[in-house]
Design a protein around this ligand. Structure first.
Ligand code: XMP
Length: 509
């Protein structure tokens, strides 16, 4: 196994994920982990992550220097490299020129990390400090225009450092550098898979829960379904699932979900009809965050009332993924600017006094899909595009009424039918219709119309943290537009959203 020491980088789970992609087991540990614990864990390699601090700052994260006496290979990334240099007697200085974004890496020593790569390629940098003097027995293995010491090695000790971020997609050859560290330096074996993950997760859940009960809200999406399946495999019918119909679902969604959830997942599921409650509470509410707060609060109330009926429950299962956590916490767990309130993943248990079980919290969406397939979950459910908790409420700009919900449902159904027919459903992260709060003039059958407008939103993404607008074929857009205007009453105009995230968000509210 490989240990990643967390120096506070937003990317440290991305490092872990790159290691897992290579079939090697990996665990992220905080920087205050004891050297004894590291020894007990018996890793074949250690990766020191990047971090937002400067090495000379008060309170910058550190780890006991005797880490470097263990005889275990170490790869330091960004701050991790600077920490290694500093700890072993070199010096770090504020860089004359900061380096953020792309840079050309010029390789000076190919082996081991840059094996089978060109001698010059693009990498992604993000640092204000730079190494000035190396500790004894270290050599420079790569440079960039602004950073002479961009990669280092002490071959005898098997210590390596990269000022660049190999874990981000924009660093060409980044994954390959990590691969060389794992196999050529550490001698790792490729013996870890999602199967081993589920095995470990099931054992952990069993140990944590024992013979107590777990309550869990199912949304019908892939995250909660996979999390519930894992928990169910661990504790069987001591898992009690609750599905709340908030009246903000898409066409036939509840029926389809009911069918696929109950036929595929043999679990205790209670379906609760709370449509009227939600629609009444949302009457005349137009502000997006107020909508979210009302929906979130009501969900807790309805869920809580159902949960009370399940005697002796002590745990709450959640399908939280890693990106949900990074968007809601800073590197050190402190408050950060909350982008949208739903990312505040801690809300439920505080009110309900239940302990959390979040078996997917270190995984990314594509890993969860792989896991779900391994667990035998229906493909349709696994490939379902994400659907937000507040549902259609945040896709109707302005007032939510039954009438407007019905208009949006019809348009959205057409859009999804055509996206599926074009074979694009799985390729898109999300594709949906948005009902705009404006009316515009049109002409239909020689008559002037003054009616509503639908926006088509379709994005590609890997994890929803960034997204690009999908380049849908023009004839497909034409067909969708035609069908919506012909088949949905009260719509006379369709527009296509060409905004990426950032600066936009995926949802319109
Ligand atoms: P944004 O709009 O923030 O969306 O770019 C990122 C991802 O999160 C989903 N989303 C939500 N999910 N409750 C949720 O459960 C919400 O309030 C919410 N808002 C956005 C969105 O669909 C996308 O997948």
């Amino acid at each position: 196994m490989i240990i990643v020491i967390d120096f506070g980088s937003q990317f440290n789970q991305l490092i872990a994920r790159r290691v897992r992609e290579n079939g090697v087991y990996c665990q992220v540990e905080p920087a205050d982990i004891s050297i004894k614990k590291i020894k007990d864990m018996n890793p074949v390699g250690i990766i020191l992550s990047g971090g937002p601090s400067s090495i000379y700052e008060k309170d910058s994260p550190t780890i006991d220097k005797s880490l470097f006496d263990l005889g275990i290979p170490v790869l330091g990334i960004c701050y991790g490299m600077q920490f290694m240099i500093h700890a072993l007697g070199g010096t770090i200085k504020r860089a004359d020129k900061r380096e953020y974004g792309f840079a050309q890496l010029i390789v000076k020593e190919e082996k081991p990390l840059f094996t089978d790569m060109e001698t010059k390629f693009q990498c992604w940098m993000s640092h204000g400090d730079s190494a000035k003097e190396l500790p004894e027995n270290f050599v420079v293995t790569a440079s960039t225009e602004n950073t002479e010491i961009a990669a280092i090695a002490n071959h005898a000790k098997r210590f390596y450092g990269l000022q660049l971020h190999p874990e981000v997609e924009h660093s060409v050859n980044g994954s390959l550098m990590i691969k060389h560290f794992l196999f050529d330096v550490c001698g790792c074996e490729k013996n870890w898979s999602m199967k081993s993950f589920s095995h470990g997760a099931i054992t952990q859940i069993k140990d944590a829960v024992g013979d107590k009960k777990v309550i869990m809200g199912l949304s019908g999406g892939v995250d909660s379904s996979v999390a519930a399946t894992l928990i169910h495999k661990a504790i069987g019918n001591n898992l009690h699932c609750i599905f709340v119909d908030n009246g903000l679902l898409r066409q036939n969604e509840k029926e389809n979900l009911e069918k696929s959830l109950t036929s595929k997942l043999d679990m205790n599921i209670k379906f609760v009809d709370a449509k009227e409650k939600f629609l009444n509470a949302l009457k005349d509410i137009t502000d997006p965050e107020t909508k979210r707060k009302i929906i979130g609060k009501l969900f807790i109330e309805v869920f809580d009332a159902e949960a009370q009926k399940i005697e002796g429950a002590q745990f709450l299962g959640q399908g939280t993924l890693y990106p949900d956590i990074i968007e809601s916490k800073s590197a050190f767990g402190g408050p950060t600017s909350i982008i949208k309130s739903h990312h505040n993943v801690g809300g439920l248990p505080e009110e309900m006094n239940l302990k959390l079980i979040e078996p997917l919290q270190l995984l990314f969406k594509d890993e969860v899909r792989k896991l779900g397939l391994d667990l035998g979950i229906d493909e349709d459910l696994i490939w379902r595009q994400p659907f937000p908790g507040p549902g259609l409420a945040i896709r109707i700009m302005g007032n939510i009424t039954k009438d407007r919900l019905s208009v949006l449902r019809k348009a959205d159904t057409i859009l999804l039918e055509e996206i599926r027919a074009a074979g694009l459903y799985k390729k898109l992260w999300q594709s949906f219709a948005v009902l705009l709060p404006i009316k515009s003039v049109g002409v239909m059958g020689d008559k002037r119309t003054f009616a509503n407008c639908i926006a088509i939103r379709a994005v590609t993404s890997n994890d929803a943290m960034t997204a690009d607008w999908a380049k849908l074929p023009h004839d497909l857009l034409g067909k969708i537009s035609n069908r919506i205007i012909n088949e949905v009453d009260k719509i006379n105009r369709v527009v296509f959203d060409i905004t990426s995230k950032p600066p936009g968000t995926i949802e319109w509210e």
